[in-house]
Write a protein that binds this ligand. Sequence first.
Ligand SMILES: Cc1cc2nc3c(=O)[nH]c(=O)nc-3n(C[C@H](O)[C@H](O)[C@H](O)COP(=O)(O)OP(=O)(O)OC[C@H]3O[C@@H](n4cnc5c(N)ncnc54)[C@H](O)[C@@H]3O)c2cc1C
Ligand code: SF4
Ligand code: SF4
Length: 392
Amino acid sequence: MGIKIDRDLCIGCGTCLGACGSGALELSGDGYAVVNDNCVMCGMCVDACPVGAITLEKDGGESDISAYHGVWVFAQQTEGKILPVAYELLGKGRELADALGVTLTAVCFGSNVQQPEKLIHAGADKVILADDPKLGFAMDLPYADLLTKLIRERKPEIVLYGATAFGRSMAPRVAATVKTGLTADCTILEIDGETKLLRQTRPAFGGNLMATIICPNTRPQMATVRPGVMPALEPDTSRTGEIERLTGVEIPDTAVTLLNTITEITGDNITDYDILVVGGKGVGAKKNMKYVKRLAELLGGNYGVSRPLIDAGWAEYKHQVGQTGCSVAPKLLLSLGVSGAIQHLAGIGGAQTIIAVNTDPDAPIFNVAHYAVVGDCIEFMQEMIAKLEAKQ
Ligand SMILES: Cc1cc2nc3c(=O)[nH]c(=O)nc-3n(C[C@H](O)[C@H](O)[C@H](O)COP(=O)(O)OP(=O)(O)OC[C@H]3O[C@@H](n4cnc5c(N)ncnc54)[C@H](O)[C@@H]3O)c2cc1C
Ligand code: SF4
Ligand code: SF4
């Protein structure tokens, strides 16, 4: 695969140099465009050339994209238990499959996988299950190898992965092997009504803008989504679907043998709570964090904070909500003195109900809040605490 410049056609106008965002094109001494090692094969220069001198030559990748159908979700499990992110992805996958009029398939590898029918209840039409003692530990190489074989054989048009540590490691291997694109940490996934392409939106340039990425030339279109970003559907136990158990699966031996994994119980994981009280700089001072913590305690939830509070040492990093902290999906999120910067919002998209308290009526947090309270968050917390304590 590479960029080819036809010297018989090139007129040395230099237009392509401006179109290349990677600084990969230059004019040679004899006045022809030449491509250097910076080329990332984005194809932007192809259309920019006024005389059609540039072509993007592809190799290996499957070129007949019309042969690809269906949406797949890679359903990760640990010790046989399917992770919540799999159900979250199926909620979004259902929406995408319905928009395309295709089936939604959950693909799950593991050993003694418990209740695979839950994947159907969560929205899948079908489950492809490889259940084998050799797949007990999630390991990149055998998992990627197996998934690659299935993708080549069955040709899904979209594959979604959870952006867990494992998903982040395995998905790029699959993408590189099947020669397709992969967009990491998407916060919005939707089908373009006209082209039917998957629009994959994610924060870019340090989170200062949102970039929408498409994968028009190769298949599958692949994306990862962080846990807690997409809401799962309410499980529907009346849903039925096929569970295909793969037999005689060949699992390659790899150079690495995983003997055991040790789970460190750190406790106090803010993503596990249905109610989250999130404090921002509007809380004013470290001493006021006692109100945030007390309110969370009285509501039976946990507390989170915006990043500046971590930087200021008001709370531990495990409580940070946002793009570089945790993505949370509580039933109720109480946002107190948080402005609603894009990097913060990237972590609260999964919250079912957001109540925001801010003194600034124009604060961006109000654009996503379901209930807005324009006022002082300290007074708000003190009053709520007093009322809840009075009820005890
Ligand atoms: C690459 C990158 C990654 C980032 N990742 C994250 C991340 O993961 N999470 C995150 O949170 N941020 C992140 N940020 C920082 C982000 O851009 C914002 O700076 C941050 O979210 C702002 O925090 P804040 O809303 O608490 O503070 P501010 O933006 O200062 O807002 C304080 C708000 O409190 C209100 N206020 C003031 N006094 C009161 C009062 N008494 N009562 C009620 N309201 C009051 C103000 O009107 C204001 O809206 C990141 C930034 C970058 C560049
Ligand atoms: S394909 Fe993209 S990176 Fe490569 S030369 Fe053209 S514009 Fe530059
Ligand atoms: S835009 Fe086309 S004609 Fe102009 S320098 Fe580039 S390759 Fe040559």
